[in-house]
Write a protein that binds this ligand. Structure first.
Ligand code: 2M8
Length: 454
């Protein structure tokens, strides 16, 4: 165990702890982001199981009545100028379940059930090994603490299970009225890979109308604004927000009229993995058979649909642009969706992941997957989701690889990367230069999990 790295990662989570929830980053992202929060809970589990559970509880306090978990739950105490778009810009008061917790009006990939199942596994393991030196989250808790952790997990599973189920049901129905197994997104921010070239063509078709004026805050928090999305992209992002707001965040209206609707293959694959995890949770708490059948049905339907997005020429799974009725032909990390969903393309996808088009490019400082392939014409090594590597996505793929030998290599390379680049939001893949925000919570969180797996 690398004690120094462990303590440094723990210090990032503690430093970003806002008391029951964690800022995604100290300056750039001073609120609670949905999928960040789930990854962060994975890390917290190794420091404190109750704290990890609190992270998810506080996020789900912002869940909407229709089941959607919003992509940002705002901190009303943060200064209004800290982040844009602020809560007021979304105008979601009518839709939100808890008006005292202002939220955005869109969602992000559903990593939450994975996090919940992971916390339960950590607590179970700690109970089996309580007090044994060198086992993370065992010495501190001790045998009584470890037993208490498992009790806390059981209580939290009972409380959170219906909320996570409602979230998955929302995605499987409102976001997939066709029952295709693929989730529709209405905004690049919903993918979490905001300015990926995956969205270039669909975004280019968005004609910006009468956009209320705004001032960006993000570019003031990074060393070089070129590391962030462009102003043209921001205009379109904000215009899509405006259209969603005008549609009252009503899924049926949005599905009928919104100019940007994509079947996001990575989002859909994460939902498959999350349904797998939710199925295990449902079994553990003795949930009704009808729930368990629904969850298994969503999982199987999603897995088959992600496999069907396989493109034999690019050797990746591709998003489907609903408005253009075409697959989105570009090489990005989202293409490994089939690995995440656990479908039939595993060996081809592992080969592609380690090929010179991705982690095996000889120019890479460390063999970790870049967000966009250097072989893609849109590749930019320093620009946000257009090339840099994101440790958190490396973690997602590592987890999906299971016992495959490529997993150990990816973990080792990722740990080398964080040892050198620190807990950066993203990293220039060739030089290893840290980019975006320093002390990004999810980077520290996945580091803790990689270390705990050693
Ligand atoms: C980034 O997204 C936000 C908008 O949601 C932004 O750029 O302002 C993305 O990397 C997203 O995936 C992430 O959840 C968020 C906070 O880390 O930052």
């Amino acid at each position: 165990m690398d004690e120094r790295l462990w303590s440094a990662a723990a210090a990032v989570l503690t430093g970003n702890d806002a008391g029951g929830w964690t800022r995604a980053a100290p300056q750039l992202y001073p609120h609670q982001w949905s999928w960040d929060s789930a990854f962060v809970a994975v890390g917290w589990a190794h420091l404190s199981v109750p704290r990890a559970l609190t992270e998810l509880r506080s996020l789900f306090a912002g869940q909407w009545a229709n089941g959607m978990v919003p992509h940002i739950v705002y901190d009303p105490a943060a200064p209004a100028e800290a982040y844009f778009p602020d809560a007021a810009r979304w105008g979601t008061g009518v839709a939100a379940a808890a008006p005292d917790r202002p939220t955005s009006g869109i969602c992000q990939p559903p990593v939450h059930a994975l996090a919940l199942a992971h916390i339960a596994e950590v607590a179970d393991r700690a109970r089996g090994t309580a007090g044994r030196p060198g086992v993370p989250n065992s010495g501190a808790a001790g045998p009584a603490g470890a037993r208490g952790d498992v009790e806390a997990v059981d209580a939290a599973l009972t409380e959170l299970y219906p909320k996570v189920l409602a979230w998955h049901r929302y995605l499987a129905t409102e976001r997939d009225p066709q029952g295709s197994g693929l989730v529709s997104i209405y905004h690049p921010w919903e993918s979490g890979t905001d300015n990926s070239p995956r969205f270039d063509a669909a975004l280019a078709r968005v004609e910006v109308g009468d956009l209320p004026p705004y001032r960006r805050r993000d570019t003031g928090h990074v060393a070089d604004p070129a590391q962030r999305p462009s102003d043209t992209e921001y205009d379109r992002y904000l215009w899509l927000v405006e259209l969603l707001r005008r549609a009252g965040y009503a899924d049926d209206r949005i599905a009928a009229t919104h100019p940007f609707v994509l079947k996001d293959v990575l989002f859909s694959a994460i939902l498959v993995a999350a349904n797998d995890a939710l199925g295990r949770i449902a079994a553990r708490i003795g949930a009704p058979a009808a729930d368990r059948a629904a969850i298994a049905g969503w999982r199987d339907r999603g897995r088959a649909a992600v496999d069907a997005c396989w493109d034999p020429r690019l050797r990746l799974c591709l998003d489907q642009d609903v408005r253009a009725a075409t697959p989105v032909r570009c090489r990005t990390v989202a293409g490994f969706a089939g690995l995440v969903a656990g479908g039939d393309r595993r060996s081809e996808l592992v080969a592609e992941l380690t090929s010179p088009r991705f982690a095996g490019d000889p120019r890479m400082r460390w063999p970790v997957p870049p967000s966009t392939s250097p072989a893609d014409p849109a590749f930019r090594p320093r620009t946000y989701w257009r090339g840099p590597s994101w440790p958190v996505l490396g973690w997602l793929l590592w987890r999906s690889l299971g016992e495959h030998p490529a997993a150990a290599a990816l973990r080792a390379a990722s740990l080398e990367q964080v040892r050198t680049a620190g807990f950066a939001e993203y990293v220039e893949p060739f030089t290893g230069e840290p980019l975006g925000s320093p002390d990004q919570s999810w980077t520290a969180a996945v580091t803790l999990d990689w270390l705990a797996a050693g």
